[in-house]
Design a protein around this ligand. Structure first.
Ligand code: SF4
Length: 430
């Protein structure tokens, strides 16, 4: 199917999960609970290191030009059963549309991945997405170095034989393929510093803990020990000693909420700052405990990143399911961090049709006027969109488009950086 002189074909998967193109059929895309056509100019080639997934129990949707509407397909040109396909984008790319599909009655809930639409255009896979951060720290192309990694892990294990955190990071970088943990061993960019087993939230999409009633497993197991301030400081000091513009971050996907160990983290930060002024110490957090945030700022924390699925309280509470803290506590933590003058980011989970819904964009602009943060980390929400909308009771409102949302943020809030990663801020902040 020609559009703007581009050859578009629908991508689908066969029973073995192999992906094919259905010639001369323009695929539909999705935003919120609506199907949409996407201008070929909004498509980019599938970024290197991205994955393609078949979506079980789902038929692909296409744009039926003769009916001027959307329909779905159940069989391939050869008459075989087919399923819809989605892309999971490499890091630093923000998707702008979801895959469009019709679900069978027995369709399973999809696991914790960020599903993006995909199309075959001029013979190559393309996706509706934009690169939102030029930082290369998690580019798959610089992580094809198993030999170097293994050698670095052996070397580190010999240097820190009793440091359990070094052993944990070795597991994370090999078994869970955590690119942050790999960067620690390779002495570059951001090192993850997981420290906490417990959490005071029950986020619907938690990557490290899912309840028995959850329809999907966690992506990786949670940390099973509590590193000491000495073990923590040793890892951070080692990284700051080697990496240029180094960042060390508390609050990783394999742990609970680090604010619950604020006293130990403050002790670790002091141990580091006694030895060096180098590097940026940052905290990824749910922002639940304002007094603990104050204690870490006083200890020398350089930057903080607070996670939100939405600036709207009701959607926040339905997604994050806070235990013994409130949305107001999170806002107070932001106030404390802003007042202290450290670098403050919001880790906002983006979902096309929700984040760019008129009501959400208005709420986000009001939020930024009240909390003038330094950065929004625009993260693709890793969840089955239908499951998410059901859990938060999403009331549809007209989506303005993710790219328009980005345009508004850049236009109305030029001081707010948009990106994907915790930047090195120490030099800038001090
Ligand atoms: S705050 Fe983090 S660790 Fe806690 S439930 Fe949410 S995602 Fe999981």
């Amino acid at each position: 199917m020609k559009r703007n002189d581009k050859d578009l074909s629908l991508a689908y998967a066969d029973a073995e999960g192999k992906v094919w193109d259905f010639p001369d059929i323009e695929p539909g895309f999705r935003t919120g609970n609506r199907f949409a056509r996407v201008d070929p100019d909004e498509l980019i080639e599938l970024p290197y290191g991205s994955y393609l997934f078949s979506l079980p129990g789902r038929y692909p949707v296409f744009y039926n030009s003769s009916a001027g509407d959307f329909s779905h397909i159940e069989i391939s040109p050869d008459g075989d059963d087919i399923t819809a396909v989605s892309a999971f984008l490499a890091s630093a790319y923000l998707r702008t549309y979801l895959p469009a599909f019709i679900k069978k009655d027995d369709a399973p809930v999809l696991p914790l991945w960020a599903y993006a639409g995909v199309v075959v255009m001029d013979g190559a896979f393309h996706v509706p997405a934009v690169r939102i951060d030029d930082d290369i720290r998690s580019d798959p192309a610089i992580h094809e170095n198993e030999g170097d990694l293994r050698a670095a892990i052996r070397d580190m294990a010999a240097r820190y034989p009793r440091n359990r955190l070094v052993r944990q990071l070795a597991r994370c970088s090999t078994r869970y393929r955590c690119l942050c943990a790999r960067n620690f061993f390779l002495g570059r960019f951001e090192a993850p510093v997981p420290t906490t087993q417990a959490c005071n939230a029950r986020c619907t999409g938690c990557l490290s803990m899912q309840g028995d009633d959850s329809p999907f497993p966690p992506s990786q197991p949670r940390l099973d020990f509590a590193p000491t301030p000495d073990e923590i400081a040793a890892v951070i000091l080692h990284h700051f000693d080697r990496a240029a513009a180094a960042v060390a971050s508390f609050g990783q996907g394999c742990e609970g909420e680090p604010l619950l160990r604020a006293a130990d983290l403050a002790a670790a930060i002091r141990l580091v700052r006694e030895k060096t002024d180098e590097g940026t110490i940052t905290l990824n957090t749910n922002g639940s405990l304002p007094d603990a945030v104050k204690a870490l700022v006083d200890a020398g924390l350089d930057s903080i990143r607070v996670s939100l699925n939405s600036p709207t309280e009701e959607y926040y509470v339905r997604y994050h399911r806070p235990v013994n803290y409130s949305f107001q506590d999170v806002m107070r933590s932001l106030d404390i961090a802003l007042a202290a003058g450290i670098f403050v980011s919001v880790n906002l989970f983006f979902l096309p049709g929700f984040t760019d819904a008129e009501s959400e964009v208005e709420a986000l602009c009001a939020f930024l006027k009240k909390f003038p943060v330094s950065m929004i980390q625009t993260r693709n929400l890793n969840m089955d969109p239908d499951y998410y909308f059901g859990r938060i009771g999403f009331e549809e409102s007209d989506p303005i488009g993710i790219m328009n949302c980005i345009k508004i943020l850049r236009g109305d809030f030029p001081g707010v950086r948009l990106g994907y990663y915790n930047p090195p801020v120490n030099a800038e902040a001090r």
